[in-house]
Design a protein around this ligand. Structure first.
Ligand code: C5P
Length: 412
């Protein structure tokens, strides 16, 4: 976890049973090379003693706002300035409310108000408290203010209930925190990504669409931005929030997507086609709603442009990455597509019912696994959340892009 190495992380701990997991979190942050200081609320110290965190972090734990000793060492404003990032984990419902209100009535809330560093919080509470509209509204406000919300996860809770509200697991917290620090593999590059389904109109109220959620493309946009790229996301209709600092252009049909992609192609260094583009569209979109006057209805369909293939065959082509969703013979189909569409890389996954173990991955799921092929090699990215998978894929793309550029320089 190179991005945490040498970073000053202020870990804020509030009063919740998940506070015991923050001991492990402290250790893992240290393992990742971070310098960790701890600030605990009074309630947190009822769950785990400051001594535990002092031993694990190697520094005295900060608990009081007005403490002569602490202020003589590192005062609260100094501590807020010292931090490269603050992570509040667990963040109780009460603390989230305090953050939302901008309170400064204890040390941790004051630090959060005083810092200019990235601020992240990991909600942890009973599932009913989590679902309460007040908590939901508070979290939304915090996200809109630019705070990073990590989790919560779902599952069995300490109170015996089951549902959403558990603190996100430590490895995921570490991973998310690392991503608050941008890395520069794609610095100064323009990346264009297509995402989501396309809707092909039949008449003013009906269309031909598909089940793509857009999650993979959106996760790739976020990961590419984290890697320093300028990102243009050409998105079919989907209900996802636009990742921060990503330029999103909404389209509905394949033809519109084609037009937008080609308008932006001259500036593009890397093109990633993650959209599930309809292969066919109704030959004629009716002006009026079709009435059910007949026993049967035949729609004539015509081919849509293959955006990916056209980009890859264009004269000044960027580095081109495609996706392949297959129901069988994954490797063979993917390799054929790589060659036929003239791609630099293709990421393939099995979809549909052909493999029982894979039913929950792929389309419309948060999880996915990918087999990635390039002209003289391949690798497998194991099943994980699409956000994590996207970062791995972006890393792979960045490496191959760089290799290609180096080869071009050598042969020039
Ligand atoms: O040929 P197939 O549809 O399986 O190829 C999938 C890949 O091609 C995906 O990367 C998808 O985004 C892209 N594609 C496209 N335009 C189309 C059809 C697919 O860009 N009309």
């Amino acid at each position: 976890m190179k991005r945490l190495h040498g970073k000053n992380i202020l870990l804020g701990i509030t009063g919740g049973i998940a506070a015991y997991k923050s001991a492990e979190l402290t250790r893992r942050l240290k393992d990742a090379g971070a310098d960790v200081r701890i600030a605990m609320t009074k309630a947190a110290t009822e769950f785990v003693t400051p001594l535990t965190f002092q031993a694990l972090s190697g520094h005295p734990v900060h608990t009081e706002l007005l403490d002569e000793h602490a202020e003589a060492g590192m005062g609260h404003i100094e501590l807020a300035r010292w931090a490269d990032a603050i992570l509040v984990a667990p963040a109780s419902a009460n603390f989230i409310t305090k953050l939302t209100q901008g309170r400064a009535d204890d040390l941790l809330s004051t630090l959060c108000l005083a810092t200019e560093a990235p601020l992240a919080f990991a909600p942890a509470m009973n599932q009913a408290m989590w679902h309460d509209l007040a908590t939901q509204a508070n979290c939304k406000t915090l996200r809109q203010r630019g705070l990073f919300q990590f989790g919560p996860a779902a599952g069995e809770q300490a109170c015996g209930e089951v549902g959403e509200g558990r603190m996100m697991e430590v490895p995921d917290l570490i991973d998310h925190l690392a991503n608050c620090f941008e890395h520069g593999e794609l610095q100064a590059l323009n990346v264009m990504i297509t995402a989501g389904p396309t809707y092909e109109p039949i008449d003013p109220v009906r269309f031909i669409g598909n089940r793509s959620s857009g999650r993979m493309g959106y996760a790739l946009a976020e990961a590419a931005r984290e890697a320093g790229a300028s990102v243009t996301l050409v998105s079919g209709p989907c209900h996802l929030e636009t990742p921060e600092r990503v330029q999103r252009i909404d389209v509905e049909t394949a033809k519109q997507m084609h037009q937008v992609v080609f308008a932006h192609l001259p500036q593009c260094d890397i093109f990633i086609a993650a959209a599930a583009v309809a292969d066919y569209r109704p030959a004629e979109a009716r002006d009026q709603k079709i009435k059910k006057d007949h026993e049967s209805l035949t729609l004539e369909l015509e081919r849509n442009p293959d955006i990916l293939s056209e980009v890859a065959h264009s004269q000044t082509r960027p580095f081109v990455v495609g996706f392949a969703a297959e129901t069988q013979n994954l490797a063979q189909h993917a390799k054929d597509k790589l060659q036929r569409k003239n791609l630099d890389m293709i990421a393939a996954n099995l979809v549909g019912q052909s493999d029982n173990t894979k039913q929950d991955i792929g389309f419309n799921s948060e999880y996915n696994s990918l087999q990635v092929f390039w002209p003289d090699g391949q690798t497998t990215l194991e099943t994980t959340r699409k956000t994590l998978l996207a970062r791995q894929l972006i890393q792979l793309i960045a490496n191959h892009y760089q290799q290609k550029k180096n080869n071009e320089k050598d042969t020039a």
